[in-house]
Each structure stands twice: as structure tokens, then as C-alpha cells.
Design a protein around this ligand. Structure first.
Ligand code: GAL
Ligand code: MG
Length: 975
């Protein structure tokens, strides 16, 4: 017998978006359902129409098969950004089309007799075919939304049936699911079976306004067709009973607007003194809606968490509850290093908790509707969500945007997302998708949303780029990606701006990146019309991989990584590591957290930039404290003052935070008297949570605003009596150094340096292999002057070192003269190496985390200490790492307190690692690095900013290293 589902060849028919699938709705059926998750029989076919008949193995549901070690299968993850992994044009698929057949028995409870029985497949990619006992039941596409099928007539209560879910990997739908992420396949979210009364709530729409007005619209259906007489709906909100809408009571079948088949009821309430929902104040009410028969029996119940809030665009401002809120957003994929796209409640909660602790208040669900739990958590923890439909046709964007064969799919995907997520207060904006050009298919989908949900704005980057102020295009927000900051500011100042400007992607976090984030936020906060953006992206999508056989570790690998580092024998795989012929390498590792969710240094930068409390100018009467929130006071915060003294240690004092409304400021008396030592002094307010919150226990760090109380007064080094020893090459001889201070103009290129083309220029100039030639050594008194030349392929740098004995050590005054052609180098500074065993670093300067000239706003000045190995940040593809900005002095010491002390003439960029720049440059993965026994120390007179040129703007001119003369001085002493 031929199978109609196969004869249709739905994997090459974009017009077929589903068959036999129930309409999407917002009634949550997860609780009380029977879970079908677990081990299923599984076989992988080479094509959807290949015969099933091979041996069965076992696969976990939910789970992608590409991340599981399943006997007889070898379909591994593949990473491609824009390009499709095959050459067939839309809507075609390759002949080699892995197809997973999942099968298991289902036992249907006898008590479900007379009930309506529904199968819910949480998500399957990319085409799902459903059979029960060999009979075709349905088809679904749209890989990141659930598909439901009515099995009432198909299974027998008290009986057992065989459920088969066939998942086809490549299809017409793959061409519109061409997002920048790993390609996987399988069933990625839970499978459920549940039963309802035939008379049921088919959908519930909740609108809860900022003024306390609540409107609940219910759709009622009966499997029998005509609705029974006298049914009605009731509801309560936190115990408050809701009233029927007297204007519109379609429960009453006499109302002529009602058909016997389509029941509608509307409940209304006005909540007095409503506690409104915002991301800062995620106040939720419990709503219960019940459907009754005429005799009062309840046939169905739907529960919702309701947040009262408004979202509106007024002029060019996006207002939440009337306030122009800043959007401190991140783009987040559903990702896990062990399970690919299957994420648990705990994982999602951990993601949002971490984001919240680091000052984020918004998430764009790049680039598809996320697991439904994410929205529940966003409501509860407090995030603004841009909910994005699963449409990205990147490789064939232009062909598909106007292709009528894909029209259904566009409207289907956008409308199903809206139908599912419309009741979440967290969702403040709908997005039509990503990187799919702009065509009639988008306008069709936009038309549907605007009619169905006029309560939220709509955005689509592909439309917005036709004109940020164009009223005709399907985007209410000007939502560019990676727009140069000066263009954004110019637009806001142009007088032409008509829409809020919120970048849907900015500040690309690939490797050691996110330079100029502070400059962005300074401009956003100072420029009306700019409201923020979404950093690209949350995750480094590294997959935990066994090095020996190249397989993904999969579930069960939880103990094999710690603190961003994979255990020996394992590594974080990126594009190309699974033997893919075509891939886009480490471009998949571009998040603000490592694959195990360890925050990268940029997270600390972000936390400070979003600080709810700030310190400003110091005056004799005190220091100004301000509240930078939109909706609440400072009562949820506790503070502690800290005074960091260059010539002393650190003093602390408890702080009383002033009672400040949003936007308010107060002058607080200085908590310390400055000692009379003339040294540099910094005042820091350590702000923590004052009580336990859903996302942070009491005492969790929130921010550490800081102001300088006193600038340093330069001091002359007392003249010393020692000798300076210089070898025949003109290099310093020092018992604690294994490699003498030499000039360095090179850093192991960051991803930004590589993809932005800077590293290529540096290599062309020969900066990675400068050849040193001694010019002269001149003794003057106890001091020595050494002149050398460092030759690249296209230019020569003159370098002078003057060594002078000072009390306890040597002062080294250096000068480097860069030729005009070296007009943008990575660094100018000294590099030297120490003996082994100096493993502890103490410094006075910015810290404690990694910082660079254009990413240093989150690293307060103070006394810091850590082990040298902790300084290094293990970016997936090794690159320049571990730098500390604004270092004034440091010691490197062994446990017996021997070691070196270095004092710098002014705050400088310093790094202390176990790796030479060439060690980092030579390898592709962190596990290949072999640490040196001693330390490699860089002191930079100038260090280039990081920028974000791997995708987007480079750093700003002020953070570049100019040619010409650079001077720096430092002293080296033995401890
Ligand atoms: C954007 C795109 C993202 C990602 C990013 C680069 O253009 O929307 O999906 O590819 O660039 O990492
Ligand atoms: Mg893309």
C-alpha cells in the first residue's frame, strides 16, 4: 500500500505547511499530560522514501540524532553560516537526505474513553510525518513550534498503539531555516499525549493593560460539532472573580453573532491598584479560566500568568508603561553543548538568571520561537522579549521572499508564533524573522499580525533596512544590525527619525571582542531616539567533543568541563571539527558566554554599563549617587563603600543607599577621609542585592560604580647603586628573567583582527617575525643605553632602551619609533619572560577581570590578586587573551615571596600568561596549547582596541596605535 504522506513528497512542497495538524493556541497542555519522552526505537534511512526495515537501535527523545551515538548512524553536526549545505535550489532537497524513524508503543489510559486525545510533538526538524498503527495521521513543518494531532478516532482508550514519527532532515523548509548555527536533525522538544473533554477551550487570549483592565477572550469548541446549550466560561484572577462581558456574551447561543459551532466568551475585570509588569518589576497575577457545562461541571481549565503592561510607540520612542526604556538585549539561541538544541527548564532558567545578574533586560529569540518555557521564565524573572518567527532564507533570500510557493509558510510561521505567545507580558515586539531579504511574503505575514495583535509593534530588519524612517515597510522599529554608531547618532540627530532605533544585533562577541561597548552606551544614553540593542550573541556554540574519535559527547558529558575548559581528551568543537567539507569555522563561537555558560569578560563590562546605581562628580560636600532605573527605587539594593589607595590598601565602610526615585540623584557625604600621602585614590560603591530575589540570592553583586578621588602625583625613583648587566646582544641580563625585555608589535590575532583584515596587514608587514639588529650599546655612568632596530618586511622600527640603576632595581626608559607605513599595529611595548614558579600576580590597576583599552569600563581600579593561570581567558580559538588595562604596578611572586615587582610610569596595558603570542597563533583549539613553565609578560605603551570587526564596525580611531614615537618607562625590582 502506498503511503499518502510519502506520495505527497511534502519535503519538496513548500505549499504544504501541514496536514492534519490542529491550530496553534495559547492553552498550555503540558501539565497533566502523559510524557512520551525517553528511549524510542530508531532507525536512520538514507532518504525519506527509503524502505524502513533495517535493524532498530535506540534514540533519546527529545534529542537530535546528530548529537547521539546511535549504532548504525553517522550523521554528525555541520556548521555553516549563510551557505546551504547542498546545492539544490529551493524547494528541492538533496537525494541523500537522512531521515530518522522514531517508533514506540503508546498505552492509552482506559479512563480516556469518550475524551479527545491529542498528540503534541514539541518540535521536530525539519519535516514531521506522523503515523499511528501504520495509518497516516499528519504532517508538520516549522521546526521550532509544536505540532498537535487529534488521535481520538485513531487510538483506542485502554488499548496500545504504535506511534511512528518520521523526521526528514532536508526539505523545502530547510531553505527558510538557514540560520547561522549548527545543522542538526531530530525531535528537539518533548512529546506528549493528553486528553481533554470534547467540549474544550480551544484558545484563550489575555490582554492586561497598565491601568488594570483585563480582557480574556475565550474560544470554545466541541468535537461533536454543535456546542451544547448553556455552556459558559468563568474566571478568576488571584481570587478575584471575573465578570462576563455583557456587551458580548456569545456563550448565549441566542446571540445571533454566534454560530452553533464557534463559541466565544469574554471575561472582564478591572484590577484596582494594579501592580504593573515591567522587566524591573515582573509582577504576575494568576488567572484561571474554566469552561462549564450548563449544570456547572467544569470541562476544561486554562491557567495563565498575567502581567499588566502597555507597549506603545509614541513618536520615535518605544514606551513600556509610558517610559522610554533602554533595551539592554542579547540574542539567544536554544543551545546546549551536550544536547544541541534540546534545552531543559534548568538550562533556560540558568541562562536567564545569568543574563539578569549581568544587567541584561531583553532577549531576542534569534532566530525562531524558543522553547515555551523560556517565555514563562522571561515573564517571571523580568525580560523584554523580541519574539522571532522561524524564517531565515539567507542563502536564497531574494528568490524566496516573493516566491508564492512559500507564502503559506511565511504566514503560517509568523501566525503560529503569535497564537502561541500572545499572552506573555514579556513579549513586547514580534519579529518576522531574520536575513530573508524583503518581499510580499513578509508583508502578508505582517498584515496578519497587525490585525490579530495590534497591541505590540512589529519589527523586521530586512524591511527596516529599506529605510529606517520609511512608513511603508513592515517594521515599526528601525532595527539594523551592526550599524556604525555614528550612523545611528546621525539618524537620531537628523530630524528625520520616525521610529525607535534599537539594533537587532550589535557588538559581535566572537572571541576576544566587544570593544567600544561603553562608547555605544554613552551615545545611547545621551541621544534621544537611541534605545539600545541586542548584543550578538549569548552562546559560544561549542559542542563538547571527544578528541580521539571526533564524536560529540552528548548527554552524560556533564562532568567533562569546568570553568570554560574541557577536560583532557575533550574539546569545544566548532565548524570543521566533525569532518565537514564545507563549514564556517569558529564563527559559531561568538557569544558572551562560553559553551558551559561561564561568562566571558565582556559580561562584567556589560554589568557595569547597565548599573542601576551610578556615581558622579566628587565635590567637597560628597559624591553624587544616581538611580538609573526606569521603574523602581534602590530599596532592593545594598551598598558598601570601598576606598582603594595606591600607597595603602583598601578600606571599607558600610553604605546607606539614598532613597531615590528613577532618574533621581542625591549627594552623599564622602565616607572616608583621604590620608595625606598624596597617592592615587579611588572610591567604589559595591552594590549587591539586599534580599533574596528569584534570580539572585541576597548579596549577589549588581555593580561597582567608581569615581577617582585623587589623581596620582608622579614620583622620581630614588637613585640606586647597583649595576646593569647587558650581554653581547645588548639584552638585559637578570637572574629572574629567562628572556630579556624586547620590543613587541604583535599580538596573537583576535577573531576581529583576522576577519577584519588587520592580521593580514600585520603579517604582510612582518610584525609577527621582526628581526632584531643591535645598533649600539653605550655605557654612561652606571646606566646603559641600547639602540636596536627591528626590521619587518616593509619597514624598520628604531628602539632605544635606557637602563638606569634605581634603589632596589633598574629603571628602563624605552622609546620606539614606528615608520609611517606601520599606521595601525596591535601594540607597542616590551615583552619578557620570567623563571618558573612565579605563579601569583598582585596588581594595582583595573581588574580583576580581563580588560582592554576599548573594553575596560567594567574593571574598577583597585588592588587585585590572582594566580597567573586564572588570568588567561580560554577563547575557543586561541588568540590574544588575558590582558589587564590600566595597570600601575604589579608583582609576580612564588609562594616563598621571591619574585619581581614592576612599576609603570602611567597606567598601561599588561598581560601575564604562559603563552607567547606565537604559541597562541600556532594552534586552532585551546586543548592544543602547551603552557610554558615561566610567565610571558607584556607591558604596552599602546595597545590597539578590540573592536568588533569580525562582523561589524572596527574599534574607533581613538583606540588605534598610531605610527611615530612611543615612550614608556618602568622599573624592575627583585622582591
Ligand atoms: C548576523 C546574523 C546572525 C549571525 C551574525 C554573525 O548577520 O543575523 O544570525 O550570523 O550575523 O555572527
Ligand atoms: Mg544568517
Amino acid at each position: 500500500m502506498t503511503d499518502p504522506l510519502l506520495t505527497l513528497r511534502p519535503w519538496e512542497a513548500p505549499e504544504v505547511t501541514s496536514w492534519g495538524r490542529l491550530p496553534m493556541n495559547a492553552v498550555d497542555r503540558r501539565s497533566g499530560a502523559n510524557s512520551l519522552d525517553g528511549d524510542w526505537r530508531f532507525q536512520l534511512l538514507s532518504a525519506p522514501d527509503a524502505p524502513v526495515g533495517g535493524p532498530w537501535s535506540t534514540a533519546s527523545v527529545p534529542g537530535v540524532w546528530t548529537m547521539q551515538t546511535i549504532e548504525g548512524t553517522a550523521d554528525l553536526p555541520q556548521y555553516l553560516n549563510v551557505r546551504m549545505p547542498y546545492t539544490e535550489f529551493p524547494p528541492l532537497s538533496p537525494a541523500d537526505n537522512p531521515t530518522g524513524v522514531y517508533e514506540r508503543e503508546i498505552d492509552v489510559p482506559a479512563e480516556w474513553a469518550g475524551r479527545r486525545i491529542v498528540l503534541q510533538v514539541g518540535a521536530a526538524e525539519s519535516v514531521l510525518l506522523v503515523h499511528v498503527d501504520g495509518r497516516p495521521v499528519g504532517i508538520s513543518k516549522d521546526s521550532h513550534l509544536a505540532a498537535e494531532f487529534d488521535l481520538s478516532g485513531v487510538v483506542r482508550p485502554g488499548g496500545r498503539s504504535v506511534l511512528r514519527l518520521t523526521v526528514v532532515k532536508w526539505s523545502d523548509a530547510s531553505h527558510i531555516e538557514d540560520q547561522d548555527q549548527w545543522w542538526h536533525a531530530g525531535i528537539t522538544r518533548s512529546v506528549l499525549l493528553y486528553a481533554t473533554d470534547p467540549l474544550r477551550l480551544a484558545d484563550v487570549t489575555v490582554r492586561a493593560a497598565r491601568d488594570g483592565e483585563l480582557r480574556v477572550d475565550c474560544q470554545v469548541r466541541d468535537s461533536g460539532g454543535a456546542l451544547p446549550a448553556g455552556w459558559y466560561v468563568s474566571g478568576e484572577l488571584d481570587g478575584l472573580p471575573l465578570g462576563q462581558d455583557t456587551e458580548f456574551d456569545l456563550a448565549n447561543a441566542e446571540d445571533e453573532r454566534v454560530s452553533a459551532f464557534l463559541g466565544e466568551a469574554r471575561l472582564r475585570a478591572r484590577v484596582p491598584e494594579v501592580r504593573t509588569w515591567t522587566a524591573e518589576t515582573p509582577e504576575l497575577y494568576d488567572l484561571t479560566v474554566r469552561l462549564h457545562r450548563a449544570d456547572g461541571t467544569v470541562t476544561d481549565t486554562s491557567r495563565h500568568r498575567v502581567g499588566f503592561r502597555d507597549v506603545r510607540i509614541v513618536g520615535r520612542d518605544l514606551l513600556v508603561n509610558g517610559e522610554r526604556v533602554f533595551i539592554r538585549g542579547v540574542n539567544r539561541h536554544d543551545f546546549h553543548p551536550l544536547t544541541g538544541r534540546t534545552v531543559s527548564y534548568d538550562d533556560m532558567r540558568a541562562d536567564l538568571v545569568l543574563l539578569k545578574r549581568f544587567g541584561f533586560n531583553a532577549v531576542r529569540t534569534a532566530h525562531y520561537p524558543n522553547d515555551p518555557t523560556l517565555y514563562d521564565l522571561a515573564d517571571e524573572i523580568g525580560f523584554y522579549v523580541v519574539d522571532e518567527a522561524d524564517i531565515e532564507s539567507h542563502d536564497h533570500a531574494h528568490e524566496i521572499a516573493d516566491d508564492p510557493r512559500y507564502l503559506n509558510a511565511f504566514v503560517d510561521r509568523v501566525s503560529r508564533m503569535v497564537l502561541r505567545d500572545k499572552n506573555h507580558p514579556s513579549v513586547i515586539i514580534w519579529s518576522l524573522g531574520n536575513e530573508s531579504d524583503y518581499g510580499a511574503n513578509h508583508d502578508a505575514a505582517a498584515g496578519w499580525v497587525r490585525r490579530h495583535d495590534p497591541s505590540r509593534p512589529l519589527q523586521y530588519e530586512g524591511a527596516a533596512k529599506r529605510g529606517w524612517a520609511d512608513p511603508e515597510v513592515a517594521s515599526d522599529i528601525a532595527c539594523p544590525m551592526y550599524a556604525p554608531l555614528e550612523d545611528c547618532v546621525a539618524h537620531a540627530l537628523s530630524g528625520q527619525q520616525t521610529k525607535p532605533l534599537i539594533q537587532c544585533e550589535y557588538s559581535h562577541a566572537m572571541g576576544n571582542s566587544n570593544g567600544t561597548l561603553a562608547d555605544h552606551w554613552a551615545a545611547i544614553e545621551a541621544t534621544p531616539g537611541l534605545q539600545g540593542g541586542f548584543i550578538w550573541e549569548f552562546w559560544d556554540h561549542g559542542i563538547l567533543q571527544r578528541v580521539n574519535d571526533g564524536r560529540p559527547v552528548g548527554r552524560g558529558g556533564a562532568g567533562l568541563y569546568d570553568n570554560a575548559v574541557a577536560a583532557p581528551g575533550y574539546r569545544w568543537a566548532y565548524g570543521g571539527d566533525f569532518g565537514e567539507k564545507d563549514h564556517d569555522g569558529a564563527f559559531i563561537a561568538d557569544g558572551v558566554v562560553f559553551p558551559d555558560r561561564t561568562p566571558k569578560p565582556v559580561m562584567y563590562e556589560h554589568r557595569e554599563l547597565s548599573a542601576p546605581v551610578r556615581l558622579h562628580g566628587v565635590r567637597p560636600e560628597g559624591v553624587t549617587v544616581s538611580n538609573h532605573q526606569h521603574f523602581r527605587g534602590l530599596e532592593w539594593l545594598a551598598g558598601e563603600w570601598e576606598l582603594s589607595l595606591a600607597h595603602g590598601g583598601t578600606l571599607t565602610a558600610s553604605a546607606e543607599l539614598p532613597d531615590l526615585r528613577p532618574g533621581g540623584t542625591a549627594v552623599v557625604p564622602l565616607p572616608f577621609a583621604l590620608p595625606d600621602d598624596g597617592g592615587e585614590a579611588w572610591l567604589t560603591l559595591r552594590v549587591t542585592t539586599a534580599q533574596d530575589l528569584p534570580w539572585a540570592p541576597r548579596g549577589t553583586r549588581v555593580c561597582t560604580p567608581q569615581v577617582r578621588l585623587r589623581a596620582p602625583v608622579p614620583v622620581e625613583d630614588p637613585v640606586g647603586t647597583g649595576r646593569v648587566e647587558i650581554d653581547a646582544d645588548g639584552l638585559l641580563v637578570h637572574p629572574l628573567l629567562t628572556s630579556a625585555p624586547a620590543l613587541s608589535l604583535w599580538r596573537a590575532p583576535t577573531d576581529n583582527d583576522e576577519l577584519g583584515g588587520m592580521a593580514l596587514r600585520w603579517r604582510t608587514w612582518g610584525l609577527d617575525s621582526l628581526v632584531r639588529r643591535l645598533v649600539s650599546v653605550r655605557q654612561e655612568g652606571d646606566g646603559v643605553t641600547v639602540l636596536a632596530e627591528y626590521a619587518g618586511t616593509t619597514g624598520v622600527v628604531r628602539h632605544r632602551q635606557v637602563f638606569t640603576p634605581v634603589e632596589g632595581g633598574i629603571r628602563i626608559d624605552e622609546q620606539a619609533e614606528l615608520p609611517a607605513e606601520f599606521d595601525d599595529v596591535a601594540r607597542v611595548g616590551s615583552v619578557f619572560e620570567t623563571v618558573a614558579g612565579l605563579d601569583g600576580l598582585d596588581w594595582f590597576g583595573q581588574g580583576p577581570w580581563e580588560s582592554y583599552p576599548d573594553r575596560s569600563a567594567g574593571a574598577p581600579v583597585g588592588h587585585h590578586h590572582c594566580q597567573v593561570d586564572e588570568l588567561f581567558t580560554p577563547y575557543l580559538r586561541p588568540q590574544e587573551s588575558g590582558g589587564r588595562h590600566g595597570v600601575r604596578r604589579f608583582t609576580l611572586s612564588a609562594p616563598d615571596a621571591t619574585g619581581i615587582a614592576v612599576t609603570l610610569d602611567e597606567p598601561r596595558q599588561v598581560s601575564v600568561t604562559r603563552y607567547r603570542a606565537e604559541d597562541l597563533t600556532a594552534v586552532t583549539h585551546h586543548d592544543e596549547l602547551v603552557p610554558r613553565a615561566g610567565c610571558v609578560v607584556h607591558l604596552d605603551a599602546a595597545h590597539r582596541g578590540l573592536g568588533t570587526a569580525s562582523c561589524g564596525p572596527d574599534t574607533f580611531p581613538s583606540y588605534l596605535v598610531a605610527p611615530g614615537v612611543h615612550r614608556w618607562s618602568w622599573t624592575l625590582r627583585a622582591l
